[in-house]
Ligand binder design. Structure first.
Ligand code: C2E
Ligand code: CA
Ligand code: CA
Length: 613
């Protein structure tokens, strides 16, 4: 039986210090058909020959004088970085321990000296095919590596993109997208950290909430883009103030730029960690206010910014960021109400809030039980000196607090939504009164005050229509009074509602004219019939020349635009005469009559209590 090479092209390297052995190996291999045989007696050549031929089989003598088989295995592993060593050890030893050691060093097989040709070729063929298999595996692994690497790369870049997107999202979630400042979430978070530090160190930390007067009106007048621009300009100014101010440089350091945040709408907020006295806060607010003193320049307008602030601090005013922010907001509300530059939170503010909420619940009750009253104030035609109509004004006599002026509870009702019930009650009551008076032979107009809220409530038109029909009221005898500002809260909706109302035949009047932000040209786009000059211009026009000029020119301008003009707040004869001279159409004021209950109006008319003498 003769064994031949299964793969004649296999490369075989034989290392043996004995020339005769090498000759024998060469003869056996060539005889079997192998063609690529390399022989060496120099064990020291092993590495370079390995690198040169990358043999499929290495036949290695274990016992050599300078370097034995172990040394060669170690060198091949180390210097050639060969993970797989296709080494067959040639040895005369039959020591099991040595064989185990050799295998541990990476050799794959043994051939015992003297050689059995058959055994030798069989073992060589096995190692050759194992080598081929290994090489193939290596190649596959390499391409697999390649694929895996490519996939890992694209995965990594996907992960990176996702991380970047998440970071951006995170940033968006924590920052205000108009000004780029930290938003309320981030602010609360930072504030909580400061509170925790203050708790540990037994120090204090204050919150200043800054707000700007009439921001919704500003928003409506200048448009949203310009409003955002305004907010950005305010931000730049506040940042500069906070950066350059010695007082707050400490804040900047401590908060790494988060001293200033935007809480929403027109509200900005500042954290002041560790202040010595309230004077420190006072100084910071003062600097902010003076930094905003110069008007803000926008493409078409210049704006004077009126800043107000509310302050609260840990530990006196709360132990959580939520409480401190709420209380600083509360203080700001009171600063606005009391026309102060800033206010520091006071517990009594909370009682007021509760009082307001209770009051609204009671108002609702009183409305349901019909416990309120409508008073009427006559309107006099300045040409004929005759009564042409009256304005309905709500009166609430509270069982505990006594008379509560509408100026006190109407704004609250507007905030809490209770105004819807008030309006429903007033419309019903006034129209019913109109019908009663007409039945008595008295036919004049009734002016009814309409709130901002009504002009954004689409059911308001239906309410008016229903009552006109129910009480068979002549629509042109009903005048709905709306303020300039109320038409501008939501101009689109207001315009539609006003047009529907006008289509019902009722008349529309602009109340408190001169106190709002609109222009006559804007009002021109609304279906308005009457302008009512605000009493603040009228009440002292006999002594204040500026006001008399304003009143006169408003009358002229309104007439030119086709409006009738009513002046309210006439408290004396002089003013009445002045308005007559200016050509004003209608007058309303204490001089003629205070608002009266319905039955007193009847007497007033019968007895002709008011006569212009
Ligand atoms: P307004 O619509 O401007 O009503 C005119 C206010 O001026 C009334 O105050 C009236 O009593 C007062 N007034 C009239 N003539 C004179 C005068 O010669 N001198 C002075 N000093 N004041 C004069 P009132 O009744 O306290 O109402 C205040 C505000 O409350 C009203 O201002 C109106 O905005 C609101 N209001 C009153 N009734 C209602 C209502 O039924 N619904 C709504 N939504 N608001 C109402
Ligand atoms: Ca009015
Ligand atoms: Ca008014």
């Amino acid at each position: 039986m003769k064994l031949t090479a299964e793969n004649e092209d296999a490369v075989i390297l034989a290392i043996d210090d004995n020339q005769a052995t090498l000759g024998l190996i060469d003869a056996i291999l060539r005889g079997a058909g192998f063609k690529n045989i390399h022989l060496t007696r120099e064990a020291g050549q092993a590495a370079s020959l390995y690198n040169k031929y990358t043999p499929d089989v290495i036949l290695l003598d274990l016992n050599m004088p300078d370097m034995d088989g172990f040394d060669v295995l170690a060198i091949l592993k180390k210097e050639c970085n060969a993970e797989y060593l296709p080494v067959i050890i040639l040895t005369g030893e039959d020591d099991v321990e040595i064989k185990v050691k050799v295998l541990e060093c990476g050799a794959k097989d043994f051939i015992a000296k003297p050689f059995d040709h058959f055994e030798m070729l069989a073992r060589i063929n096995t190692i050759v095919s194992m080598s081929a298999f290994y090489k193939e595996l290596l190649l596959k692994n390499k391409s697999l590596d390649h694929i895996v690497n490519a996939q890992t790369d694209s995965l990594m870049s996907a992960v990176k993109q996702k991380e970047e997107a998440e970071e951006k999202l995170q940033n968006n979630l924590l920052h205000d997208n108009v000004t780029g400042l930290p938003n309320r979430h981030l602010f609360e978070d930072r504030l909580s950290q400061f509170i925790a530090v203050s708790k540990r160190n037994k120090t204090n930390v204050a919150v200043i909430v800054l707000g700007f007067d009439n921001y919704t009106e500003i928003d409506n007048v200048i448009g949203h883009h310009a409003y955002e621009d305004l907010l950005r300009q305010i931000t730049v100014r506040l940042k500069t103030i906070l950066r350059t101010s010695d007082t707050v440089s400490i804040i900047q350091d401590a908060t790494s730029g988060t001293a200033l945040s935007r809480l929403g709408e027109d509200l900005f907020a500042i954290i002041v960690p560790i202040f010595q006295t309230i004077d420190d806060i006072d100084r910071i607010i003062g600097r902010c206010a003076s930094g905003l003193l110069a008007p803000i320049d926008l493409p078409d307008v210049m704006f004077d910014i009126i800043m107000r602030s509310g302050v609260s601090y840990f530990p006196d005013h709360g132990g959580t960021s939520d409480e401190l922010i709420q209380h600083a907001n509360n203080a700001l509300y009171h600063a606005r109400k009391e026309n102060k530059n800033y206010m520091i939170y006071d517990v009594s503010h909370d009682y007021e809030t509760k009082y307001r909420l209770n009051l609204m619940a009671e108002l609702k009750n009183s409305l349901e039980q019909d416990d309120l009253e409508l008073f009427y104030q006559p309107k006099i035609d300045l040409n004929t000196n005759r009564v042409t109509g009256c304005e309905a004004l709500i009166r609430w006599q509270h069982p505990e607090y006594g008379f509560i002026p509408p100026d006190n509870f109407i704004p609250m009702a507007e905030k809490t939504g209770t105004i819807r019930l008030v309006t429903t009650w007033v419309i019903e009551k006034a129209m019913k009164q109109w019908a009663q008076w007409r039945a008595m032979g008295i036919e004049f107009t009734i002016s009814i005050n309409v709130s901002t809220y009504d002009l954004s409530d689409s059911s308001f038109v239906a309410l008016v229509k229903q009552n006109l029909e129910k009480h068979d009221v002549k629509p042109s005898n009903i005048i709905l009074e709306v303020t300039e500002n109320s038409t501008m809260q939501d101009p689109g909706t207001s315009m539609i509602i006003l047009e529907h109302l006008s289509a019902l035949g009722v008349l529309l009047s602009i109340d408190d004219y001169g106190t709002g932000y609109s222009s006559l040209s804007y009002l021109k786009s609304l279906p308005v019939n009457e302008i009512k000059i605000d009493k603040s211009f009228v009440m002292n026009m006999d002594t204040d020349r500026d006001n008399s000029v304003i009143v006169k020119s408003t009358i002229d301008l309104a007439h030119n635009l086709g409006y009738r003009v009513v002046a309210e707040g006439i408290e004396n004869k002089t003013i009445y005469a002045m308005l007559q001279a200016y050509g004003c159409d209608t007058a309303q004021g204490f001089f003629m009559s205070r608002p009266l209950p319905a039955h007193e109006i009847e007497n007033w008319l019968i007895e002709k209590k008011w006569k212009f003498a």
